[in-house]
Write a protein that binds this ligand. Structure first.
Ligand code: GCB
Length: 606
């Protein structure tokens, strides 16, 4: 699915800004029929939960309404007009001028609808959106809604981040020619003789004539072709490399180029492969350093913000990280565009999180019952998971920064039914994208000797908390357990191992001479212990700390104003460990750059 863009043939109008906003019970039936009467306005993009000082809004369960008007430019006569939502969390139903035009489930992927017949150029249209934040066994992430004794709704979910909702990303009105480019798919390969191939497939609304032109960063044409599918050959390509991004532009033109449609897609030439226990980018072993992140910030919740985007990437660069995982849902497309442009490697995750009913002995989720069953994670949940995979790959398939799909976080992969649940999903992912490795993030109850699904995946991603949830405060015992476990995985599977989560809640400013949990010193000692162990085990090919920054969660007895495992605070101030990480990761980055440039020095092999 193409991100909307303004080009010589396409136009865009942003619908971001303040929208009228109301809770469901505050407006009458069918508020989309006319102008909503409400004293409130909510900013877009943003979560609605924290922008008002009102517990009823923060904790609301169910539908809220957003509404605004927009004037369709009079110059758009004869154009195809599309209304596009980058993310409505979790379910959006859209009305235009009182008519229901779209319904979309899945809070982190875009959808769009052709509203040409309702949007007269020069006239105003009224856009109303019902946003539903309820999570059920038919949604991803899943949850359970119920009713309390006093008749009020309840919501249970098993993931450890606040259930923020709203119009989280931009809304656009877009105009194209009626005959238009619907989609472009690009993959790249290299051959031994120093050339690269850019394979392209263009989907158009009318099957018309297509021309593609590839230009380098100096806007020089390097290859071109006619036809909707084909291969461009690039001699002496400049590769997209971690830490050294290079993007070509593929301009796709439909029709005669004057009146026809055109779309420009950035293209990075790079290859990804898993070979034995190595993860290769452009045939070079790649060791992941970085974080699991969240889209999370004070006030705006999960609303996309370019300031935060640029600042987070600046901190990634400052600390020497080369990668992150989009835990636990697809991030805004702006994030991936930025990663493409700045050479940061991304593990791209679906929103399939919280699919383990018995985790933590049920503390988080209630009594023990099967995770995979018609009453819990059922065929309906799996269909929603499959749809999430389809939409993720449709959106992100062309990003060179995305090197792997992560199709679930911490499912109950040692429980009966896990294989039946995941096998078709792995097959689907590979069918949709045969070029990228596939993984899931494994939780500690599923070990190398009882996990039922890991053999179907290319890379073993482990989330482990020895020294925090187990052996709390005892890093010596934790070190023994961690090493035992990693060696077990390395001996059982000939696959790369990434530690995709390890971390400790740390209160910024809490210092101790004799470190114990929650202090900054314990975070330092904890991470140092993990790194010692990683450095002893060659199958470990990456370290992504949980988490980049402190983030909001639902209230609970193990969370004090959220999860505090960040290396940065929620407002992005470094905790003490940050400088120590910076020296480890910048040394590793320099060593990797030295290897790429052929000037590696001794000891610079990781
Ligand atoms: C996990 C989850 C992550 C939590 C983290 C924690 O295993 O994947 O979402 O936030 O543990 O801090 O408990």
């Amino acid at each position: 699915m193409l991100k909307p863009q303004a080009s010589r043939s396409r136009d865009l109008r942003s619908l971001d800004g303040l929208w009228s906003f109301a809770l469901d019970h505050e407006v009458g039936d069918e508020p989309w029929r006319g102008r909503m009467v409400t004293p409130r306005q909510a900013p877009v993009p943003a979560s609605y939960n924290d922008v008002f000082a009102d517990a009823e809004i923060r904790d609301h369960i169910g539908v809220v309404w957003y509404q605004r008007e927009v004037v369709v430019p009079s110059t758009w006569t004869g154009r195809r007009i599309v209304l596009r939502f980058d993310a409505v969390t979790h379910t959006g139903t859209v009305f235009v001028n009182g008519e229901r035009v779209a319904h979309h489930e899945g809070g982190y992927t875009p959808f769009e609808v052709d509203i040409t017949s309702l949007a007269a150029p020069g006239e105003e249209v009224l856009v109303t959106v019902a946003v539903d934040n309820r999570l059920t066994s038919a949604t991803v992430p899943p949850g359970e809604v119920g009713t309390a004794e006093d008749g009020t709704p309840t919501q249970l979910y098993r993931h450890d981040f606040f259930n923020y909702a709203g119009l989280h990303r931009s809304v656009h009105l877009a105009a194209t020619a009626p005959d238009h480019i619907r989609d472009v798919t690009v993959t790249t390969t290299r051959d031994g003789s120093g050339t690269a191939s850019v394979h392209f497939a263009v989907d158009t609304s009318n099957g018309g004539d297509v021309r593609v032109v590839l230009r380098d960063e100096d806007r020089r044409e390097v290859a071109s072709a006619d036809g909707a599918t084909g291969t461009l050959t690039v001699t002496d390509p400049v590769l997209w490399q971690p830490g050294a991004a290079y993007l070509y532009d593929l301009e796709v033109v439909l029709g005669d180029g004057r009146d026809g449609d055109s779309y420009t897609l950035p293209v990075g030439i790079r290859t990804v492969e898993v070979r034995g226990q190595q993860f290769l980018i452009n045939d070079e072993p790649f060791y992941f350093t970085g974080f699991g992140k969240h889209e999370d910030a004070p006030f705006r919740g999960k609303g996309h913000d370019d300031v935060l985007l640029v600042h987070d990437f600046a901190l990634l660069d400052w600390i020497g990280a080369n990668s992150f995982r989009t835990s636990h849902y697809p991030y805004a497309e702006e994030v991936l565009d930025y990663a493409d442009r700045h050479g940061i490697v991304v593990i791209d995750e679906t929103a399939a999180v919280g699919m383990n009913i018995n985790m933590a002995g049920g503390i988080l989720g209630g009594a023990r019952k099967p995770t995979f069953s018609p009453e819990t994670m059922s065929d309906v949940t799996r269909d929603a998971t499959a749809q999430g995979i389809r939409e993720l790959i449709a959106r992100d398939k062309n990003h060179p920064s995305v090197v792997m799909w992560c199709i679930a976080n911490e499912p109950a992969s040692a429980e009966e039914g896990a294989r039946e649940y995941f096998e078709p999903l792995v097959d689907l992912t590979r069918e949709l994208d045969p070029t990228r490795p596939v993984t899931f993030a494994n939780q500690g109850d599923a070990r190398f000797d009882n996990d039922l699904i890991v053999d179907m995946f290319d890379v073993i991603c482990l989330n482990r908390y020895f020294g925090w949830y187990q052996q709390t405060g005892d890093l010596a015992r934790a070190e023994v357990e961690l090493e035992k476990e990693l060696l077990g995985w390395a001996a059982t599977y000939d696959k790369p191992i990434l530690m995709t989560e390890y971390g400790v809640d740390t209160v910024a400013g809490l210092h101790q001479a004799v470190p114990s949990p929650w202090s900054e010193e314990y975070q330092i000692d904890f991470l140092a212990m993990y790194h010692r162990v990683f450095d002893r085990i060659p199958a470990v090919q990456g370290e992504q700390i949980w988490n980049f920054a402190d983030f909001q969660t639902k209230a609970g007895i193990i969370r004090v104003d959220g999860n505090k495992k960040g290396v940065f605070t929620r407002d992005r101030r470094p905790k003490s460990v940050a400088r120590i990480l910076k020296s480890r990761w910048t040394a590793m980055r320099d060593a990797a750059a030295g290897i790429a440039a052929g000037t590696a020095t001794e000891g610079g092999d990781r």
